[in-house]
Design a protein around this ligand. Structure first.
Ligand SMILES: Cc1ncc(COP(=O)(O)O)c(C=O)c1O
Length: 373
C-alpha cells in the first residue's frame, strides 16, 4: 500500500485520469441534526468515482509495460456500467487502445458513451459474468501476445483500483485541514456498496491516516442487491443468484473478500434501502440541486435526507456540529426520464430482475452460503 509521500506523487501523476473533486457542505431539508459534506465524485471525467481506481490501474500498468519496452499496452474491460466507461475514458486520455465487452442489458446510451471515447465495444452475454467470460476467452486470448500486453480491468476487485479510490480520502483530509475543520468532528462516512471497491479504497485511505478505527463507515445498498448486508448478517461471504433492484450499478453477485474482511475488522455499518425510497430521493435531489444522479448514488444520499436511519446505523445521536461525509459516487447511466419511469413502474410493482449467475442451489432462496455450497 502507498505511504503518504507516495500518495502525493500519485495525486499529481494521476490528475490526467481523474479530477480532484470538491468537498462541499450541503444542506438537506428538514431539521439539521449534523453537518453534511458531499464529496462530488460525479464530477470525475467518467461521471463516477470509478475514474480514480480504474484510472490508477490502467495508468500504473501502462507505465510498467512501457518502461519494460518490449510490448504495447492494450486495455480490456468487461462492464456495461460506470466501470467500462471509466476504463474507456482513461484510455482516451492516455491514448491507449481499449476494448469493452458489455452485456446485452446495457443501455444504448451507455454503449454510445463508451464508443464515443474511441473504445471498441462488443455486446455479448446476458449479464456481467458472461460478458467477462467472453472477454477472456474470445477476445483477450486472441491478441498477438508477442507484441501486445493486455491490461485486464475488473469492475472492482483489484488492489490497484482500491489504491486509486483511496486518493479521495487524501483529498478529504487535505480539504478539512484547509477549512480548519478537525477530523475528530467527522462521525461517519456514507458510501454505497456494490462489489466493495469504493469501500475498500475508503478504508485504505483512512488507514493511511490512522483513522480507520475512528471513523465508522456506513455502507448502503438497495434491497435486492444487498450482498454486503447479507454476507455480514450470515457471517460469511454470500453470492446472489438474482439482482432485483433498480440500482444496477450496485448489482454484483458477490463482494470482494477484502471488503468482507475490512467490514468485520472495522465494524462497518450496513444499511439496506428500498428501491422506491431511493428513486424518490434521486428525484428529490435532482429537483433540488439540478443534478441527475443514479440510484447507486441516491442510496448514499438517502441518509442525508433521513438522518434517523443514519443515526440508527451509527448507534448514536448526531450533534449539530458533528460532520458526516457522503460520497456522491456519481454514475452516468440514467436520465431524469429514466428515474421518473422507474418510479412509475415501481408504483405498479414492476420490479426488474437481472440474472447474475446460473449455477446455484437453494432455489427457494435468492442467496447461497458460499462456504457450504
Ligand atoms: C455510481 C456507482 N456507485 C457505486 C458503485 C459501487 O462501487 P463498488 O462496486 O466499488 O462497490 C458503482 C459500481 O459500479 C457505481 O457505478
Amino acid at each position: 500500500m502507498l505511504d503518504r509521500q507516495e500518495t502525493g506523487k500519485l495525486t499529481s501523476e494521476m490528475s490526467i485520469v481523474y479530477n480532484k473533486t470538491p468537498l462541499l457542505r450541503q444542506f438537506f431539508p428538514g431539521k439539521a441534526s449534523a453537518q453534511f459534506f458531499l464529496k462530488y465524485e460525479c464530477l470525475q471525467p467518467s461521471g463516477s468515482f470509478k475514474s480514480r481506481g480504474i484510472g490508477n490501474l490502467i495508468m500504473k500498468s501502462a507505465i510498467r509495460i512501457q518502461k519494460d519496452g518490449k510490448k504495447s499496452p492494450q486495455v480490456f474491460a468487461s462492464s456495461g456500467g460506470n466501470a467500462g466507461f471509466a476504463a474507456a475514458t482513461a484510455c482516451q486520455r492516455l491514448s491507449l487502445p481499449c476494448t469493452v465487452v458489455v452485456p446485452t442489458a446495457t443501455k444504448k446510451r451507455m454503449v454510445d458513451k463508451i464508443r464515443n471515447t474511441g473504445a471498441q465495444v462488443i455486446v455479448s452475454g446476458a449479464y456481467w459474468k458472461e460478458a467477462d467470460t467472453f472477454l477472456k476467452t474470445n477476445v483477450m486470448n486472441k491478441i498477438d501476445s508477442q507484441v501486445i500486453e493486455p491490461i485486464y480491468v475488473h469492475p472492482f476487485d483489484n488492489p490497484d483500483i482500491w489504491e486509486g479510490h483511496s486518493s479521495m480520502i487524501d483529498e478529504i483530509v487535505q480539504d478539512l485541514k484547509s477549512q480548519h475543520i478537525s477530523v475528530n468532528k467527522v462521525k461517519g462516512i456514507v458510501c454505497s456498496v456494490g462489489g466493495g471497491g469504493l469501500y475498500n479504497g475508503i478504508i485504505q485511505g483512512l488507514e493511511r491516516y490512522g483513522l480507520a478505527d475512528r471513523i465508522p463507515i456506513v455502507g448502503v445498498e438497495t434491497n435486492g442487491c444487498h450482498v454486503f448486508n447479507t454476507s455480514l448478517k450470515i457471517g460469511q461471504p454470500v453470492q446472489f443468484k438474482k439482482i432485483t433492484s433498480i440500482a444496477t450499478s450496485l448489482g454484483t453477485a458477490v463482494i470482494s473478500n477484502q471488503t468482507f474482511e475490512y467490514a468485520r475488522k472495522y465494524n462497518t455499518r450496513s444499511v439496506v434501502i428500498e428501491d422506491k425510497d431511493v428513486i424518490e430521493t434521486c428525484l428529490k435531489y435532482t429537483h433540488q440541486f439540478n443534478m441527475v444522479i443514479e440510484p447507486a448514488c441516491g442510496a448514499a444520499l438517502h441518509l442525508g435526507y433521513n438522518t434517523k436511519i443514519l443515526e440508527n446505523a451509527l448507534g448514536s445521536k448526531l450533534a449539530a456540529d458533528d460532520i458526516v461525509i457522503i460520497i456522491a459516487c456519481g454514475g452516468s447511466s440514467n436520465t431524469i426520464k429514466d428515474l421518473e419511469e422507474a418510479l412509475d413502474s415501481m408504483r405498479k410493482k414492476d420490479t426488474p430482475v437481472i440474472e447474475v449467475a446460473d449455477n446455484f442451489i437453494f432455489p427457494e432462496k435468492n442467496i447461497v452460503n458460499l462456504k457450504s455450497a
